[in-house]
Design a protein around this ligand. Structure first.
Ligand SMILES: *Cc1c(COP(=O)(O)O)cnc(C)c1O
Length: 375
């Protein structure tokens, strides 16, 4: 957009949030974490990932997550390079045996289904779909060995309760990229709970983390040990074995590791996952409460219990151009409130990850009211 099409409106300083980053990923990194990285940089960045300095960081990451998620017996924190998108590819080799079922209700959940559909060694997946702004439920089938769920569909702001489908004996694979660390979870209902660091963990992208159940660990060893070909960098067993030694198969981004560990330990020192969930709950109660009272805005997700506490989507009525509001916010340093493009709605999407101050979410809605009043 050229600058002359951005309406000029200066939001008073007193209304602005203390930090203007509301993007759903990459998302706000706490300045304190960046300062800590800068202080540690000269003895940490640029050192070998096979040496104790970096390996102790991987160890803190794995131990911190084990504590945060109260790992059930036998579950393991595994990590590698490439983000959640890479983990879909790995899962198509190492976790899906013959046929998967996918609850598809937005951009991200549909992508994993596409990966499986294109895999020549797997059967056609079963894809259960629902309208954007809702989610389908998995259904137990005798010919399905992996159920793919998404804890929070970041493109629409829909969150789902994670529950093993009744009577199913397949693995439950959960894309928790935007949810992990901000929403409650009972890992016993999952076999792979996987995510990237650039959302609730307030770090940089480039890494995937997956918490695997004993059944998932056994499935991976069985499939890959049983002779299924897999490209080495996508070999889940290789990743598991490296994680056991607090390493990654190939070189990780050391800054990403550092920032993620900083956020994990920040959350743990404040009370752990319940503390983080409480922050997201306060932010989202404010956002949805504001939208429900507003004369021009309303929550996009109609079922209150399906509204995500970490990514909020707010529809505007036709009297207000959401894109214009987003561009005025951006011109005032409040960024990344634009909706998911392919959803094509007159909407704003607002991240409420644990690193984002609940008071800043309140300030943001104040800014939106100010803009709409003054347009
Ligand atoms: C952001 C996101 C992804 C993609 O994560 P990458 O780290 O870019 O691979 C996948 N799934 C969900 C639900 C996401 O929010």
């Amino acid at each position: 957009m050229s600058t002359d099409t951005v309406p000029q409106l200066k939001i008073p300083q007193s209304l602005l949030p203390s930090d203007g980053r509301f993007g759903s990923g990459p998302s706000k990194v706490r300045p304190e974490a960046v300062d800590a990285l800068a202080s540690a940089a000269s003895s940490y960045l640029g050192t070998s990932h096979r040496r104790p300095g970096v390996r102790s960081m991987v160890k803190r990451l794995r131990q911190g997550l084990s504590q945060m998620f109260s790992l059930p017996d036998g579950y393991m924190v595994v990590l590698g390079n490439g983000g959640a998108t890479t983990f879909w590819d790995m899962a198509s080799f190492g976790l899906v045996e013959r046929r998967s079922q996918h609850c598809s209700f937005g951009e991200f959940s549909s992508k994993f289904a596409s990966v499986v559909r294109a895999a020549p060694h797997l059967g056609d997946p079963e894809v259960l779909q629902s309208e954007p702004g809702t989610h389908p439920l998995p259904v137990a089938r005798t010919d399905v060995d992996a159920y793919a769920l998404t804890h929070c569909e970041t493109s629409t702001g829909v969150a789902m309760q994670l529950r093993r489908p009744a009577g199913a004996d397949g693995l439950v694979l959960v894309d928790a990229t935007s949810a992990a660390g901000g929403l409650e979870v009972d890992l016993a209902e999952t076999d792979a709970y996987y995510f990237s660091p650039q959302k609730c963990f307030a770090a940089e992208g480039g890494l995937w983390v997956s918490i695997l159940s004993p059944a998932a660990l056994e499935r991976a060893r069985g499939l890959i040990g049983g002779g299924r070909w897999v490209p080495p960098s996508l070999n889940l067993v290789v990743a598991i074995d490296n994680s056991t030694q607090d390493q990654t198969y190939n070189t990780p981004a050391l800054a990403t590791l550092f920032l993620m560990v900083n956020q994990i330990e920040h959350v743990l020192s404040n009370g752990g996952l319940p503390w983080a969930v409480d922050r997201c709950t306060r932010s989202s109660n404010h956002l949805y409460g504001w939208a429900e009272k507003s004369t021009f805005a309303a929550p996009f997700v109609s079922q209150p219990n399906e509204r995500s506490k970490v990514v909020g989507t707010i529809d505007f009525d036709e009297s207000v151009d959401a894109a214009k509001v987003a561009s005025i916010l951006r011109a005032n340093g409040v960024v990344d409130t634009e909706p998911y493009r392919k959803l094509g709605r007159n909407q704003l999407r607002i991240a409420m990850f644990p690193a984002i101050e609940p008071d800043d979410v309140a300030a943001l809605t104040g800014c939106i009211d100010h803009i709409v009043t003054n347009l």
